[in-house]
Design a protein around this ligand. Structure first.
Ligand SMILES: C[S@@+](CC[C@H](N)C(=O)[O-])C[C@H]1O[C@@H](n2cnc3c(N)ncnc32)[C@H](O)[C@@H]1O
Length: 319
């Protein structure tokens, strides 16, 4: 049983990730969403000092912490840190001639990000309406909420939040922002709640603001677009590797992706099925791996986690 560090985000499905990726001493592994380095540390311990690990994250603070954690856990291991989106990471790996034996993406946000009111990701505490996972660039949620027209807001909240009341919420947002821009999480959450009829509010098991916050976070960070770009790079990498060409993925490389909601899990499932049907990969999971009762009880975030994996096929079936 692993011990989780002080403020650390608890890595979900840790044993399952290690089984799926099977990191071996001296291998090259990529953690595309290093976060606080929980998965990366465990992978690095398996790789040992002769291994190499690439850590990537949109959040420069998390990336730095993950790097420190891995270096402290496995002195001597080669650590490459890359600040940016995993959407562009495969092209960089290719340029540097890095060939990964394993690749992990644990999607979404880390607990230190959602727990920090200054990041504006949660309606549980008041803070600036920011929501950027990379605070160094891009539009904030406040920029979006105050800039978009009513129709665009409704479409966004519907598409990324699967929120049935998207039109009422968008109407309320546009109406309310006439009195002054919406700049804080509390104000946004109150406006969304006020768009809900009282009976629905009483019946709802979740806070009415939940879906709108999810939608804005996905939009601000381009999450589904970046995931699509990553999946297409995995497809291209697998195609090249399985044909015996140069690729950022080694032949036999194991790829694992953890999704937390259906908007993320659906494209992962479709992309992996498509690659398997073209014999470019072997499926490592038929059904997604989910957390057991003990992990779900101790880490609520694990309850919605779904891990899927594939292994890149090799020319002539070699491994
Ligand atoms: C669920 S956490 C990862 C936790 C990590 N596996 C651990 O054990 O600590 C997700 C991380 O991915 C990062 N992230 C989200 N979208 C990203 C993207 N498109 N590219 C790179 N990093 C991203 C977030 O900033 C966050 O630090």
């Amino acid at each position: 049983m692993r011990v989780n560090r002080s403020d650390a985000h608890i890595p979900v499905l840790l044993d399952e990730v290690l089984d799926l990726l099977a990191p071996a001493p001296g291998g090259t592994y990529v953690d595309a969403t290093a976060g606080l380095g929980g998965h990366a540390e465990a992978v690095a311990e398996r790789l040992g000092p002769s291994g190499r690990i690439v850590l990537n994250d949109l959040d420069p603070g998390n990336l730095e912490r993950a790097g420190e954690r891995v270096r402290a856990a496995v002195p001597g291991i080669e650590v490459i840190t890359v600040h940016g989106s995993f959407a562009s990471l495969p092209a960089e790996l290719e340029e540097w001639g890095v060939r990964a034996d394993g690749f992990l993406a644990d999607l979404g946000f880390a607990s230190n990000q959602v727990d920090d009111p200054d990041r504006g990701l949660s309606f549980k505490a008041d803070g600036p309406l920011d929501m950027r996972l990379d605070p160094t660039r891009g539009e904030t949620a406040a920029d979006l909420v105050n800039r978009l027209g009513e129709r665009e807001l409704a479409d966004l909240i519907f598409a990324f939040g699967e929120e049935r009341l998207s039109r009422r919420i968008a109407q309320k947002l546009v109406e309310t922002r006439r009195d002054g821009p919406i700049l804080t999480t509390n104000r946004l959450a109150d406006i969304v709640r006020s768009a809900y009829p009282a009976a629905m509010k009483r019946k709802s098991r979740i806070d009415p603001a939940t879906r709108t916050f999810q939608a804005l976070r996905i939009a601000v960070n381009g999450e589904l677009d970046h995931l699509d770009r990553l999946l297409s790079a995995v497809g291209q990498g697998a195609q090249a590797a399985s044909a015996g060409h140069e690729s950022w993925l080694a032949c036999g490389a194991r790829v694992g992706i953890i999704a937390f909601h259906s908007l993320e899990d659906r494209p992962v499932k479709q992309a992996f099925n498509d690659l398997a049907s073209r014999d470019l990969v072997d499926r490592l999971t038929r059904k997604p791996i989910v957390a057991g009762d003990a992990e779900s009880a101790s880490n609520p975030r694990a309850r919605s986690a779904k891990l899927r994996g594939v292994r890149v096929a090799c020319q002539g079936g070699a491994r």
